[in-house]
Ligand binder design. Structure first.
Ligand code: SF4
Length: 551
């Protein structure tokens, strides 16, 4: 393949940003250096043969702060350091000798055996911790490097991976939680998800990308994999001549300079999805910007090239053929979170249930596996909203499963606030965090359920509340109705206290867009329930007709 150097939309060649396609692979920052010096995937052997034997202090800095991520491992925050000091300390001063371990669950699909194994690993090695993330991963904490060989043996023994769960590589592939079972599914994406994982996860051809790379695939018409904020996404469409298949989107992402993904106007049949995925990933690998990490996501290349040029390079240099033009999917207002009891197309039922902001425990996971199996099912799915689904429940077992879930703290008929609130990891474990998130969000849900009980019937649509512990966007604050960005704020007494910058009116789905940062609107953590209550009451009092919160 001979790479051409495409011009930007303005007709200029792009300024050199460390793109490999320009022919110079000199690493331009510390991350590019360690990635080139030794493939990050190679750290697995050192963990098993050296670090697990000699302990935390033997780990080199490049491995600890760089390559470990390719195996789902980050150091967690040292307990007791308040958020006001986060920005003034070196990362090493903030870190503990324990790790967070992310288990990737591609497509969110788990067997009860896998779920039980994660639960047992959590109890034995992670002090019983477990969080369901908004990317269909399960995250454990308090992991010691000495235990990693045994943990991998347990996880991989049941087909679970931590490979490339973090790092500049293909992260977990989001998939519709109702793939293969929903009565209204357009096409089952499972074969494509499984094939991409089989071929490319852990493939050295894609283990050094310019930055993290997020994928999503759904066969549902609803927005159930937040496709607009992924680097690459395939959403379901029906081509007038070729039938069901996928519409290709690229270049979405949050954090700094958030951008929604754009359509390339291309129709991709199911069998072609893995090849097209590899083509887009190769464009990113070769043409992506590697000079500055905050400009390295695929969205920046897309912004410079535009979708037409991107598609042209994809087709001519990587696929060797033109893609079919395809129709656009119809946007829907359905939140696509699958909470509640729903009929499957085979006559069984799936039940979507909400923990509080993704927080569960190892014990809960093993008990959930027992509950599900006792009613004849062996399948669980995770959602991109920190929730989970139990599949394959017979009609006569539905109420028993709903009740059993409730006893485990998993509510299948949750309040609107419990259903639509998410929170990132926050100061409890995250080195970047400025404020606590999960405990506050859980307490706020409880407050709102009580305080707003009188208007619960009027709340006929979702109001999403997303709580972040710092200016990053792990809990997607820019696309929430009420997005809360953690920072230190000044309270009425002039004290510096934990609080949030408020963003209002973000959304995905029908009217996708980013919330507005409300200038000067900051709330302390203590005031949060008061603030959300005021906003909701005002919305109900002032909305016109069927006006949704986001509009
Ligand atoms: Fe950590 Fe910030 Fe991400 Fe929350 S948003 S998990 S505090 S980096």
């Amino acid at each position: 393949m001979t790479a051409t150097i495409p011009t930007s939309r303005a007709g200029r060649p792009p300024a050199p940003q460390g793109q490999w396609a320009l022919g110079d692979r000199t690493p331009l920052n510390a991350n590019e250096r360690f990635k080139q010096e030794d493939d990050a995937l190679n750290v697995r052997a050192r963990i098993e043969q050296v670090y697990a034997v000699e302990g935390f202090d033997a780990i080199t800095s490049d491995d600890l702060h760089g390559r470990f991520r390719w195996w789902g491992l980050y150091t967690q925050r040292k307990p007791g350091i308040d958020g006001g000091r986060t920005g003034s300390m070196e990362p090493e001063e903030l870190e503990d000798k324990y790790f967070m371990l992310r288990v990737r669950v591609d497509g969110g699909a788990l067997t009860t055996e896998q779920l039980r194994t994660i639960g047992e690993v959590s109890v034995r090695y992670g002090r019983g911790t477990a969080d369901l993330t908004d990317r269909q991963n399960i995250q454990l904490h308090w992991i010691r490097v000495e235990d990693m060989p045994a943990i991998w043996e347990r996880l991989e023994g049941v087909g679970l991976l931590t490979t490339e769960a973090c790092g500049d590589c293909p992260r977990v592939i989001l998939g519709s939680p109702v793939a293969g079972i929903a009565a209204d599914e357009i096409i089952d994406p499972t074969p494509a998800i499984e094939e991409i994982q089989r071929r490319y996860v852990g493939d050295p051809a894609f283990s050094n990308l310019p930055r993290k790379y997020k994928s999503a695939i759904t066969g549902m018409a609803t927005n159930d994999v937040v496709h607009e904020i992924n680097d690459i996404a395939f959403t379901a469409v029906v081509h007038p001549e070729h039938g069901p298949g996928f519409d290709l989107w690229v270049g979405g992402g949050l954090s700094t300079n958030p951008r929604l993904a754009v359509r390339l106007g291309a129709f991709v049949p199911l069998d072609d999805v893995p090849d097209v995925w590899a083509g887009v990933t190769s464009v990113f690998r070769d043409y992506g910007y590697r000079k500055m990490r905050h400009k390295a996501r695929l969205k920046f290349l897309l912004a410079d090239w535009g979708p037409e040029r991107f598609r042209e390079v994809l087709e001519t240099e990587y696929l060797g053929r033109a893609l079919l033009d395809g129709p656009a999917p119809e946007p829907t207002a359905d939140p696509g979170d699958h909470i509640g009891v729903h009929a499957q197309r085979d006559g069984l039922h799936y039940i979507g249930a909400a923990p509080h902001v993704g927080r569960v425990s190892g014990e809960t996971l093993t008990q959930l596996a027992d509950l599900v199996e006792s009613h004849g099912s062996q399948r669980i799915r995770l959602t991109p909203h920190q929730k989970l689904l139990v599949l394959d429940v017979p009609s006569d077992a539905v109420e028993a499963v709903v009740e059993g879930l409730g006893e485990l703290g998993l509510d299948a008929r949750p309040s609107l606030f419990r259903r639509h609130t998410m929170a990132c990891t926050g100061i409890e474990y995250c080195k970047l965090a400025i404020v606590e998130t999960k405990g506050l969000a859980t307490a706020t849900i409880g407050e709102l359920e009580t305080r707003l009980a009188d208007v619960a019937e009027q709340l006929d649509g979702p109001i999403t509340v997303n709580v972040n512990g710092c200016p990053n966007s792990c809990a997607r604050i820019q696309v929430a109705d009420i997005g809360l960005k953690g920072q230190i704020v000044t309270d009425d007494d002039g004290e510096q206290v934990p609080g949030f910058q408020v963003h209002l009116g973000g959304a995905l789905g029908l009217d996708p867009g980013f919330g507005r940062k409300v200038r000067g609107l900051k709330v302390t953590a203590e005031e949060l329930p008061d603030y959300v209550e005021r906003v909701v009451r005002r919305y109900l009092a002032e909305r016109a007709g069927g006006e949704r919160f986001a509009t």
